[in-house]
Design a binder for this molecule. Structure first.
Ligand code: ATP
Length: 299
C-alpha cells in the first residue's frame, strides 16, 4: 500500500509496464499535417523531452497521448497496452496524468479542493476504497484531503492549501496544477510547458522536482526552455513541421545540425550557453530564423 508520496505507487520498476511507445502517428487537421509518421519511446522512470519550434506539433502529440485528438494513423501504447481508443476520462484509471499549459484551476475552489478534484476520478475508479480496504464513505474525504495535502507538499506549495487560486502567483498556480496531476498517482506524467511563466530563479527548483518525479513515474515533458530540457531529460525528440527530425541525449540533440537548422539565429547551443546568465524566459526561448521559421511567422 502506498503511504509515501502521491506518485509512489509502491511498485518496483517494471520497464515494460511503464514504457510509452508511439508508432507512426499521423494527425491531419483538414489540409494541415500536424504530425507526420511520428514514432518515439519514453522509457520507464526517465524524463523524455519533446522540443521543436512553434507549430512543430508538440501539443498535438500530447493531445494524442491524452485522447483529446484521434490520430489519422499510428498507434500509442503504454505498458504494452494499446491506447488508441483512449478517452480523456479513462486517463486516471490508466495511470496517466497531464498538466495543462493554461493551468486550468477552478477559481471558486480552494487550492486543496482543486487538488482533491484530481483525485476524485480515482475515487470513481474505486481507487480510494481500494486504498483503504473499505467501502467508499464520507470518511474517505479526510483521507483524500490528507493525500492532496501531500501532493501539494511534493509540489512545494503545501503552505497554500487553503488559499484561493486567484491569490497565488503564476508559478504557484502551476505548482497546484502539478499537485493535481500527482494526486492521481500517475505512472505516466505528461508535462505541458511546466516552466512557462516561471522566473529564472524558479527553474532550479523545477528541475529538481521533475528529476525527483522521474524516480517514481515515467515523465514526458514539452518545453521551450532549452536550459531546463538539457538538464532534466535523459532523451529528447525534436519535432519540426510534424516530423521527428532528431533524437538522442541532450548532448547529441544539441550537436545535431538538423536541430540547429530548425531553430533560428539563437540556436540550441547558444540558448544553452546563455542559460544561467540571468536571461529571461523569452531570451532563452529559441526563436526561428530559418526559411521555415519565416514561413511560420508569415514573413
Ligand atoms: P507551440 O510550441 O506554438 O505550442 P506546437 O509545437 O505545440 O506549437 P501544435 O500546436 O501541435 O504545435 O500545432 C501543430 C500544427 O497543427 C500547427 O500548424 C497548428 O496550426 C495546427 N493545429 C493545431 N491544432 C489545430 C486544430 N485544432 N485545428 C487546426 N489546426 C491545428
Amino acid at each position: 500500500m502506498n503511504s509515501g508520496s502521491p506518485v509512489d505507487a509502491g511498485t518496483p520498476l517494471d520497464a515494460t509496464r511503464d514504457r510509452l511507445e508511439v508508432q507512426g502517428i499521423t494527425v491531419h487537421f483538414g489540409g494541415i499535417v500536424a504530425l507526420d509518421d511520428v514514432s518515439l519511446a519514453a522509457p520507464a522512470r526517465q524524463v523524455t523531452g519533446i522540443i521543436g519550434p512553434n507549430g512543430a506539433g508538440k501539443t498535438t502529440l500530447l493531445n494524442v497521448l491524452c485522447g483529446f485528438v484521434r490520430p489519422t494513423a499510428g498507434s500509442v501504447s503504454f505498458g504494452g497496452r494499446e491506447l488508441n481508443r483512449i478517452r480523456p476520462h479513462d486517463l486516471a484509471e490508466l495511470g496517466i496524468a497531464r498538466t495543462l499549459q493554461g493551468i486550468g484551476l477552478f477559481s471558486g475552489l480552494s487550492v486543496i479542493e482543486n487538488v482533491m478534484v484530481g483525485a476524485t476520478s480515482l475515487a470513481k475508479a474505486g481507487f480510494w476504497s481500494g486504498l483503504s480496504g473499505l467501502p467508499r464513505s464520507d470518511a474517505d474525504e479526510r483521507r483524500l484531503r490528507d493525500y492532496s495535502q501531500r501532493a501539494l507538499e511534493l509540489a512545494g506549495i503545501g503552505d497554500f492549501a487553503e488559499a484561493m487560486p486567484d491569490m497565488l502567483a503564476h508559478g504557484q498556480r502551476k505548482r497546484v496544477a502539478l499537485a493535481r496531476a500527482l494526486v492521481a498517482r500517475p505512472r505516466l506524467l505528461l508535462l505541458d510547458e511546466p516552466a512557462s511563466g516561471l522566473a529564472e530563479s524558479e527553474l532550479a527548483e523545477l528541475d529538481g522536482l521533475i528529476t525527483g518525479l522521474a524516480k517514481q513515474c515515467t515523465v514526458v515533458v514539452i518545453e521551450h526552455r532549452m536550459d531546463l530540457m538539457m538538464s532534466v531529460c535523459q532523451r529528447i525528440f525534436v519535432l519540426d513541421f510534424g516530423k521527428v527530425i532528431a533524437s538522442g541525449t541532450p548532448d547529441q540533440v544539441q550537436a545535431d545540425p538538423a536541430v540547429t537548422a530548425a531553430y533560428l539565429g539563437t540556436d540550441v547551443v547558444q540558448a544553452v550557453s546563455e542559460s544561467g546568465s540571468g536571461s529571461t524566459a523569452d531570451a532563452t526561448e529559441p526563436t526561428m530564423s530559418t526559411p521555415q521559421a519565416k514561413e511560420r511567422a508569415g514573413d
